[in-house]
Design a protein around this ligand. Structure first.
Ligand code: ADP
Ligand code: MG
Ligand code: MG
Length: 881
């Protein structure tokens, strides 16, 4: 006896439940669960994902399956009180895909299976003729498209011209004789394009539909979607066969979609749309603009259904403890639920929903934290557009997915890809989007469409991606050749800059300037919960008082990396350091250093006073000196003038300092060994600031002085000695001194370095570069090739190379702590906020990660997830062996 491959669901007999997603797919599992809890769901049965795997392994459906399906159809017929293929009283079914992870619109579904020239007459007698032929039209279109692989435009064209000829808006308004004519035309199209007649055998229809839906697992757009969302190819889809209910029966029928909370803002209020006298796919296709569900629309038109729908929304949300996205159909005044799943929403909405649900006691704080995917925070933390600025609004549409995006106009995926490769941001402008556009939508910064409502494909997909979208832009006409669009009076060419505001629906001319985002109250609340849970400190990299302010705003617990050279790059200071580098005499050098010291001191004063009671790690000068010198004729001349030197002088100095491999050259603490006065000056500036703050303002800070690019114990000894000497001039100042570990040699001799250093900070950017012998600035060219060849799984500058670089870190931690047990160890560098790498750092026993200020909340959240899941985050698995 084989395993059970088919599971029945109905109000009275149900084999499955919500736990069985892996077997039944999420649609099938939720249909079963809804039956279990008494929600009105049309009966049906699910062919489980195993069948899909068998189908792909053997290139056909399992042998005994047909017989099994017949048995289940017999039960379904009994339930429905009518028979599949019965010319008088036909049962129709839908054949619906349903994968484990929701992939909205990517897989195929066929409605009205079981219609042929005979059964359509039976259906017409049972109800009404218009409805029966309307359904037959829909069936032929869908079946031809999905099973026979004919382009749906072939059919759309016939419908369009029929609508034109009869001067009506939609299918619903066509009369029966026109519909019959259309059906004839459709059949001819099928015959012309396939050489076969449209199948009249209903069992063939059913089996071919099932096979086609299984095949849709591997269609191009589904494969792309899985790649983008990291969904495994092996999972397969289930197929659900379900009794049809008809939203296109009459004007007391409808189809719709409802979210139990607002998917854009998170507001606790149902949010949905419906279409009268229509079938499910009408609403998602974006072709018709549906009505919003509210008191004035559905509440007036079908008050009882409206009330029942709200009760079901509440029940489902409380049951699943999650915002639901629900598909429903009303057949002649009776409400049926066809699908429920957790609703896709914007990152902002998610945060609000989570905090509300915790406050409503629907979920616990810890559950709430786990419901926020750290990867989605990015869009909330980056600079936002300044919408208050002067701007020219050129049009309005439905605000379908919030956020603002500026970019250059493209009309298709091909051009989007081309522009993005050139480093441009693009706005994808289309009449409507379909699953074929998924790649373009994925790389565009925003989407704008001429048609479709709040639950159209474009709206749903962009909300899931967390990117702005405007639908149904009034008066938007796209040129047939996709060279420009016209919006009201304005003509915008391809590659022209525009901005879309998905919060208001406004289309704006040009690119908007940006400002820092305000974080919502709910965001702050979640971060407070996160702080209670996480076990690692999260610091920020910040170089200027302004950076420090941002870091504090985003909740950094200290500054793990303050790069002093950035203070020199400011345009009013660069000349001083240039003077220093070019100086011939001791006098000149001392003079320049004095000036620089004053400036560093004033910076430190500002920064240190902002960081009272918090860690602040200052890194001494790191880049090679030539980076401060001018590099072209014009700027050489300018510098020569400013410093009162000859052009030749400057040029020769530039030449003298230039190196073949500056990244591996005279930089970091190597500079201090050649020119000790530079580090001495910096150390003095730090210590005297601490001294002054204490004496003048009674502010106590204890900065950590960090030495970059160390490879030997002796370097560290010399510099520590310098610091001790300088410190003698400042009675009782507190500071600590430590080293970066950013070169393999430093990691390997960590035990020796730890004798002199009070802390280690891994500089994983340089450590990756030097461990792998891979230039961070040049490696990009073959990175993709390496990924495709399976040599790299990730960009090692984004996700830590645990196998190699991680191993060196392990050695350094072990050796360092062995010789100095109280050694403080952390990491600064971009990996510090990478969700995939943080778990490794925590498990390695580091005390802190330090990352760019904008990524502090992400790092904190990942750390909290890891704390809650015993060392793992569902969103950020990184294999450590
Ligand atoms: P998707 O996964 O792309 O949403 P679905 O299987 O949910 O595909 O079906 C597409 C549309 O058809 C949905 O609007 C759905 O509600 C509708 N539909 C599916 N099955 C039935 C049915 N048995 N009766 C009426 N409408 C249906
Ligand atoms: Mg659906
Ligand atoms: Mg470095």
């Amino acid at each position: 006896m084989g395993k059970k491959l088919i599971y029945y669901f109905s109000q009275s007999k149900c084999d499955g439940n919500a736990e069985m997603k892996n077997l039944l797919g999420s649609k099938g599992a939720n249909l079963a669960e809804m039956c279990n809890i008494g929600i009105p769901v049309p009966s049906g049965f699910t062919l489980c994902t195993q069948v899909c795997k068998m189908y792909y392994n053997n290139d056909k459906l399992p042998d005994n399956l047909c017989g099994e399906i017949k048995n289940f159809m017999a039960i379904l017929e009994e339930d429905a009180g009518c028979k599949f293929g019965d010319p008088n009283h036909p049962l129709l079914v839908s054949v619906r895909s349903g994968s484990i992870d929701s992939m909205p619109g990517m897989l195929d579904t066929i409605l009205n299976v079981g219609l042929n020239d005979e059964t359509v007459i039976g259906l017409a007698k049972k109800s009404n003729e218009r409805f029966a032929y309307d359904s037959y039209c829909r069936f032929i279109t869908m079946y031809s498209n999905v099973v026979l692989q004919l382009n749906h435009y072939l059919f759309q064209d016939i419908l369009d011209s029929a609508r034109c000829k009869n001067n009506v808006e939609s299918l619903v308004d066509l009369d029966v004789s026109t519909l019959k004519q259309i059906i004839n035309d459709f059949k001819n199209i099928v015959y012309e394009n396939t050489g076969k007649h449209f199948p009249q055998n209903i069992n063939e229809q059913l089996l071919s539909s099932i096979t086609a839906v299984f095949s849709s697992w591997k269609n191009e757009r589904a494969v792309s979607y899985r790649r983008i969302h990291n969904i495994s190819e092996d999972l397969g889809t289930a197929v659900n066969i379900q009794t049809m209910v008809f939203g296109n029966l009459n004007n007391n029928s409808a189809t719709g979609v409802i979210f139990t909370r607002n998917p854009s803002t998170g507001e606790k209020k149902c949010f949905g749309e419906f279409l009268l006298n229509a079938q499910g796919e009408d609403i998602v296709s974006g072709f018709y603009t549906p009505l919003p569900i509210n008191n004035n629309t559905m509440g007036k038109l079908m008050p009882e259904v409206y009330e029942e729908l709200y009760i079901i929304c509440k029940k489902l949300e409380e049951y699943y403890k999650e915002m639901q996205d629900i598909e429903f159909t009303v057949q002649d005044g009776k409400l049926w639920i066809l699908q429920t799943r957790s609703g896709k929403r914007t990152p902002e909405a998610n945060i609000r929903i989570v905090v509300d649900m915790v406050n409503e006691k629907m979920i616990t704080k810890n559950n709430g934290i786990l419901k926020v995917d750290p990867n989605t925070l990015n869009s909330l933390l980056h600079p936002i557009f300044d919408i208050q600025c002067d701007k020219q609004v050129i049009g309005v549409g439905l605000p379908a997915s919030p956020g603002i995006a500026s970019g250059y106009v493209v009309f298709n995926t091909y051009n989007a890809e081309k522009a993005v490769k050139q480093g441009k941001q693009v706005i994808l402008v289309r009449s409507e989007t379909s699953p074929e556009d998924i790649n373009g939508m994925n790389i565009a910064s925003g989407i704008m469409t001429a048609r479709g409502g709040m639950t159209s494909h474009a709206a749903v997909v962009t909300r899931g991606m967390g990117k702005p979208c405007i639908c149904s832009v009034n008066g938007l006409h796209i040129d047939k050749n996709e060279g420009f669009f016209v919006l009201g009076e304005v003509k915008i060419n391809k590659d022209d800059p525009i901005t879309i505001n998905g919060n208001t629906g406004e289309v704006i001319l040009g690119i908007l300037p940006t400002i820092l985002p305000e974080l919502s109250q709910e965001f702050e609340t979640i971060m407070q919960w996160v702080d209670e849970i996480k076990t690692i400190k999260v610091l920020a990299n910040a170089d200027t008082p302004k950076d420090v302010e941002i870091a504090k705003k985003f909740g950094a617990e200290g500054i793990g990396l303050c790069r002093t050279e950035h203070m020199f790059f400011a345009h009013d200071r660069i000349n001083l350091i240039q003077k220093l580098i070019i100086a011939d005499s001791q006098d000149e050098r001392v003079n320049a250093l004095e000036e620089l010291e004053k400036m560093q001191k004033s910076d430190f004063k500002e920064i240190f006073s902002m960081m009272v009671d918090k860690e602040i790690t200052v890194r001494l000068l790191d880049p090679p000196l030539h980076e401060f010198l001018p590099n072209n004729k014009q700027s050489i001349k300018k510098v020569a003038n400013l410093l009162g030197r000859s052009i030749e002088d400057i040029r020769s100095k530039v030449e003298q300092l230039s190196e073949q491999n500056p990244m591996l050259g005279h930089r970091g603490c190597r500079i201090a060994i050649s020119y000790p006065e530079i580090y001495r000056m910096q150390i003095r500036a730090i210590l005297s600031t601490v001294y002054d703050l204490r004496n003048e303002k009674n502010i106590v800070v204890k900065p950590e002085i960090m030495i970059p690019f160390v490879i030997s114990e002796k370097e560290l000894i010399l510099i520590c000695e310098m610091a001790r000497e300088e410190a003698r001039n400042f009675n009782n100042v507190q500071y600590s001194i430590g080293t970066m570990i950013e070169l393999p040699r430093a990691a390997l001799i960590a035990d020796k370095l730890a004798k002199h250093a009070e802390f280690f900070s891994f500089g994983t950017n340089d450590l990756t570069q030097t461990t792998m012998g891979l230039s961070r600035d040049d490696s990009v060219s073959f990175l993709d090739t390496y990924k495709q060849a399976g040599i790299f799984e990730n960009d090692p500058f984004v996700v830590l190379d645990v196998e190699g670089v991680g191993e060196l870190m392990k050695i350094a931690v072990t050796k360092g702590r062995k010789s100095c047990p109280e050694l403080k160890i952390g990491i600064c560098g971009e990996h510090g906020a990478d969700p995939k790498s943080i778990g490794f750092f925590i498990n390695l026993g580091l005390q802190y990660v330090s990352c760019s200020a904008y990524r502090v909340p992400i790092a904190k959240l990942v750390a909290a997830h890891i704390a809650l899941n015993q060392g793992h985050s569902k969103f950020s698995e990184l294999t450590t062996n």
